[in-house]
Write a protein that binds this ligand. Sequence first.
Ligand code: MCA
Ligand code: AMP
Length: 495
Amino acid sequence: MASTAFPHLNDSNNKTALVEGDKKYSYAEVNQRIDRFATGLLGDRSDLEEERIAFFMPASLDYVTTMHGVWRAGGIAVPLNVASAVSELDHYLNCASVTRMIADDHYQDDLKQLCASLNIELMSVADVLADGAGPLPAIDEGRRAMILFTSGTTNKPKGVVSTHKTIVAQITTLIDAWAWTEEDVIPLFLPLHHIHGIINILSCGLWAGATVHLFAKFDIPRICAQVVAGTYNVFMAVPTIYVKLIQYFDTIDEAEVATICAGFKPMRLNISGSAACPVKLFKQWQELTGQVLLERYGMTEIGMGISNPYAGERRAGYVGQPLPGVEAQLFDESDKQIDEEGVPGEIRIKGDNVFLEYWDNEKATRESFKDGWFCTGDVAVVEDGYYRIMGRSSVDIIKSGGYKLSALEIEGVLLTHPAIAEVAVIGVEDDTWGEAVTAFVGLNQGAALNYEELKTWCDGKMSSYKIPKAVKLVDALPRNAMGKVTKPDLKKLAV
Ligand code: MCA
Ligand code: AMP
């Protein structure tokens, strides 16, 4: 049995694990289906031996079946972003040397050509499910379990590898810290190729024996209807989602707003994370719903690291203290440990929650650790015992609506546009997205470019949320003596 054996996922538990539309699935049903899927994946083999199996589907029973089935059969789960452009998928599949892809029927046509060109077997969950459950391998907790792709300061996203042990550590620290119980009911509308959706919501919910309501996307009216009905007692989202809910309230009548807010009020927990929660938003949410948002800090490579307390002061603008089992330490630029309060430094993390390696990228793995500490690239300061995130050490990372985007990756695509001679992409502060992708562009002589045309051109070349929200034409990009674009100068130009 894999060490990611969730205690409530067993054949005798008839409690509802998942709700998908008007269908409900008990823990026993889900468990049996996972066993049948793992058996089908194995075929004649006794262990998948870390075969990489990608899957392309929104939050669904099929998603849960696939993820856990791959784990139980000894494979490595590679959940992909269903909003990816083909060129991005090509990179993920190649980088992880994926051999099989499980996709919803809905996506099969789009994926056929790509999978064929990469020699990847494309199948649906129904194709894999065996008639019954066969023997499954025993899996050591140190084995690789999952690869998630994350953008960084390099052009192409890197594959973050977690082991079964990493995943269990990331889940169990949150089960205790946020007081998860079997009574919890939570909506899941975040994408399922990132830690926030996969670990904090889906995996914690299933580990605790709670009920998870699955939504294929962030469907405000449907989610609010359930909030009004009092279905949920826990709610987790990125700041942009709280902003979008508040924007939605402006479009409906006051009485309806009042009933939705009254649905949020009795919940035991509302969490914000994945990007900074502005103090103004924290206060607005509290005024509207009475909920004091619990803000926490995490990263694909570490799961959750730092959190405001469940019981105790949740301080606006701060992310709290290291979670149990997580060691956090600030370091200055000469790698000296900072022990006094009020002095900013880079957050570095140790603990079982930390990932194993970047897939097939020994150099990047080596460079991201110093003396056993994982270097996050995030700068923070401790004030009155609470961590406050001040920003990132790299201007080339943008956080938009909770997604981490690489400026270099976007620049790489834009540079292939025939009118563009030079380009620099930055994140500009934005009330809705946190940071809005903004491109500064120098054109080739005689060339012209308008925003709408560029947006259409970008379609299919990158996921839609990476497409610049604004383009600013410049005669020349500001550069230093070495010829490097000085992005901080562009930030000043953008305001
Ligand atoms: C959608 N759009 C965006 C974004 N999302 N633009 C910029 N940034 C975004 N994040 C654009 C689309 O391209 C489209 O543009 C328009 O908005 C409508 O798209 P739609 O999909 O309908 O929007 P939405 O459903 O309102 O999506 C907003 C969202 C989504 C729900 C906030 O972005 C989202 O789910 N974000 C969360 C991502 C997440 O889970 N991050 C966690 C990773 P157009 O109309 O022009 O075509 S971080 C993590 O896991 C760490 C460990 C942590 O700490 O949690
Ligand atoms: P990702 O790699 O997509 O998991 O994004 C991780 C990054 O999100 C971190 O390195 C931070 O820069 C950012 N982040 C996550 N939570 C917070 C938060 N509460 N406040 C500020 N930044 C955050």
